[in-house]
Design a protein around this ligand. Structure first.
Ligand SMILES: CC(C)(COP(=O)(O)OP(=O)(O)OC[C@H]1O[C@@H](n2cnc3c(N)ncnc32)[C@H](O)[C@@H]1OP(=O)(O)O)[C@@H](O)C(=O)NCCC(=O)NCCS
Length: 182
């Protein structure tokens, strides 16, 4: 379970079973899913419920997948975890719960998914900054975005990540790569 983290506005905590409805509300939206994975919105609430064990995988510190609470509402996810390398079994199965397989990746990614209700309020940046502070000992962290996902690219830039342009190295697809080295 990830360590609970707080900021002025946010609590970042472990996912709970009762988060399923809010997760479905987030991932059944076209405007969110167009930037994530295969781009398909969830259509069955069971998909959200079934994703919760995957969100509680016991990644070693300082990694984790955090639910972000704002004003006592679940508004999104902040993740810091091994990133699937293209051509690997993990890239072929994004829903894998095989922790040993995940830990074979040499690279760690940071990522964010926020509910449209809270876009434009700096929530993604605030949550990511807190996780980067928590993970201060990690020398290199990557973020990958859909090539056209300018809001997400702005978050990465705001975090001080360097734009490395287009890459095919991750997720069996072409993404725009941002790297934080420290
Ligand atoms: C990517 C995503 C998280 C970005 O959300 P966002 O609200 O633009 O990002 P932040 O939470 O950091 O907010 C930054 C915006 O809030 C504004 N803002 C308002 N108050 C702020 C504050 N206190 N602190 C920082 N920014 C603030 C900023 O000016 C900025 O607006 P701008 O980008 O128009 O300049 C969101 O669009 C999203 O979840 N999209 C769908 C899923 C997705 O694409 N995930 C990423 C996959 S790679």
């Amino acid at each position: 379970m990830p360590t609970t983290l707080t900021t002025g506005r946010l609590t970042l905590r472990t996912y709970r079973d009762d988060d399923a409805a809010a997760l479905f509300d987030l991932h059944s939206r076209k405007e969110v899913q167009r930037w994530i994975g295969d781009g398909r919105p969830m259509t069955d609430p069971a998909e959200a419920a079934n994703s919760i064990p995957r969100r509680r995988l016991p990644f070693p510190e300082p990694m984790g997948i955090w639910a972000i609470d704002l004003e006592e509402r679940l508004v999104g996810t902040l993740l810091l975890k091994p990133i699937p390398i293209s051509g690997s079994p993990l890239a072929a199965d994004a829903r894998s719960t095989d922790l040993a397989l995940a830990l074979q990746s040499p690279d760690i990614e940071i990522g964010w998914h926020l509910h449209p209700d809270v876009w434009g309020r700096g929530v993604a940046t605030e949550a990511a900054r807190r996780v980067l502070e928590h993970a201060a000992d990690l020398p290199r962290i990557v973020a990958v975005t859909h090539p056209d996902n300018l809001p997400s690219q702005r978050v990465a830039t705001r975090l001080g990540m360097a734009d490395h342009g287009s890459t095919d190295r991750y997720y069996d697809t072409t993404t725009r790569l941002f790297v934080l080295e420290r």
